[in-house]
Design a protein around this ligand. Structure first.
Ligand code: ASP
Length: 339
């Protein structure tokens, strides 16, 4: 049974012709229902933007592994806030929200920013008010699960903790904190385990060459309130250009956003790199400075070829992502060995 399944899978994978690679949906992590939703949108004639929005919204509603949508990653105050972005690779229009409060459908609000304002990124309370004015429903994003994560954190003296150069010592005590007059050397600790954050990053391409990308996440568990990760930052969390391809990233956004890995990968594909090589170079660039950062990236070019790369870090040696194209239905789980 297993052998025949393997042969079938290999046959499917190696018989792909160039023309049968499109349309394509690809997303970070094994968030299969999100892939299937986006794929369904494309098959029923929806646009690549619709596919990315609906695919990511499915994850927001199902909370995926807890790292997307409401009820996950409570901050130092116990509140869940959301970051999301959507990008149109034809027009280079982008809509994004960061530190969004009380609204579950963050990628929907990101799309509203793109379609109902001249802006690119709205943040915090003002973004929530904008969303309410656009008809999104305000709801409490707290759940029993997020309350429990928060109370365990308080009980454990607020560990892990993202403060530094403050007193009392943030590695031992809860706040409030005051700045220390003398700075310690800037050594970045491996703060949290690999389960304390994730993001759905999604790319969709149709047969006519339209490309879109998007992200949605609740960020990093126990983050300092107001912290925004890489996901809503153009070129960091995702990037799309219908003349080159698209990329989307996941991982330690505080580090990754300093390198704009999605932008870099797309530019490398524009210059002729294949998607796997482009993804690898984007990860290598970060690795040079932060050798054990936690992160991964997915890349796709305009012909529907795709690839991924991830940095080998403690507890993270393989990265899983989902793909749908005409030969990979239902969505196919890909595994990338980190380097
Ligand atoms: N990149 C996200 C952030 O830092 C989290 C993740 O993808 O793991 O907010």
């Amino acid at each position: 049974m297993f052998a025949s399944l393997l042969i079938f899978t290999l046959t499917v994978r190696f018989s792909l012709g160039q023309t049968s690679r499109l349309p394509l949906v690809i997303n970070t992590w094994p968030f299969k229902n999100a892939t299937a939703t986006a794929w369904g949108v494309l098959l029923s004639g929806g646009s690549v933007l619709d596919a990315v929005e609906k695919g990511c919204a499915r994850c927001e509603m199902e909370q995926c592994d807890g790292s997307v949508g409401y009820g996950g990653s409570p901050d130092e105050h116990g509140e869940t806030t959301l970051d999301a972005m959507i990008m149109n690779g034809d027009t280079m229009d982008v809509g994004a929200v960061a530190d969004l409060r009380r609204i579950k459908n963050a990628i929907g609000v990101a799309r509203a920013v793109m379609e109902h304002t001249e802006h690119t990124l709205l943040v915090g309370e003002s973004a929530s008010v904008f969303a309410e004015n656009m008809g999104f429903i305000a709801e409490d994003l707290t759940t029993n699960r997020s309350l429990n994560i928060f109370s365990q954190w308080l009980k454990g003296n607020c560990q892990p903790n993202y403060r530094k150069n403050v007193f009392p010592d943030p590695k031992k005590s809860c706040g409030p904190y005051k700045p220390m007059a003398t700075m310690k050397q800037n050594t970045r600790a491996q703060h949290a385990n690999v389960h304390s954050h994730d993001t759905i990053g999604m790319i969709a391409l149709d047969q006519d060459g339209h490309v879109a990308a998007g992200t949605s996440t609740n960020g990093l568990t126990h983050k300092v309130p107001g912290r925004v990760g890489d996901s809503p930052i153009v070129g960091a969390g995702a990037y799309a250009d219908s003349s080159a391809g698209a990329a989307a990233a996941t991982g330690d956004g505080d580090v990754m956003m300093r390198f704009l890995p999605s932008y870099l990968a797309v530019e490398l594909m524009r210059a002729g790199a294949d998607p796997s090589a482009a993804c690898k170079t984007a990860i290598s660039r970060i690795k040079r400075h932060y050798s054990d950062f936690f992160g991964a990236i997915i890349c796709a070019n305009t012909t529907g070829h795709y690839g991924a790369a991830c940095n080998k870090a403690p507890g993270f040696s393989q990265f899983h992502y989902m793909v749908s194209n005409p030969k990979l239905v239902p969505p196919f789980l890909e595994t990338e060995n980190c380097f």
